[in-house]
Write a protein that binds this ligand. Sequence first.
Ligand code: AMP
Length: 190
Amino acid sequence: MKYYILFGPPGAGKGTQATAMVEKYNLHHISTGALLRKEIAAGTELGLQAKALIEQGCLVPDEVVEGMIENEFKTVSGVEGFLLDGFPRTLPQAEALDQILAKTSEKVTATVSIMIPDEMIMERIKGRALKEGRADDASEDIINNRIATYHNQTEPLIEYYNNAGTYNEIDGVGTIEEVQERIFTVMDKF
Ligand code: AMP
């Protein structure tokens, strides 16, 4: 099995690019954000706990998303691998992922990082808000909190995956097709 991490700040285009990636490389897409939004929509206990945190632009507890990821690995088959979108987002999550994979003697195949400058994050998320209506895209304060959360808690993963030798950075500025082409050039190597 291959395990790809789709990395990048909020609004970098991870969700948009994931669709083409899973199709071309026969992967199962796991978006922890989408899984959490599903729990909220279904009104589950987990969803209720996650809702307040998500709507403030904060992260949900590591154990919650780690459990979701392990469950998907166990229940999905018939694919070449997995595309993790929005996970890991903290160093403990990255370490937990390594431990989960080590149980079956597997490792992260590659980290594909889509980078855009901070100025572009706000603009992209505001554009998405008009189309998708996500509660956490609704206010500048919440978006700013997510940008800060990204810099403080998620950005250290760049060094973690650089040290592991799996980090591949892609320029996320350009059209969807241009960015997709850059991603495919990297993915074709694995
Ligand atoms: P996303 O759809 O990836 O932008 O995620 C939306 C929100 O869900 C985030 O702002 C977090 O509140 C929560 N979330 C998604 N993935 C994670 C994760 N790996 N760890 C903690 N919180 C997460």
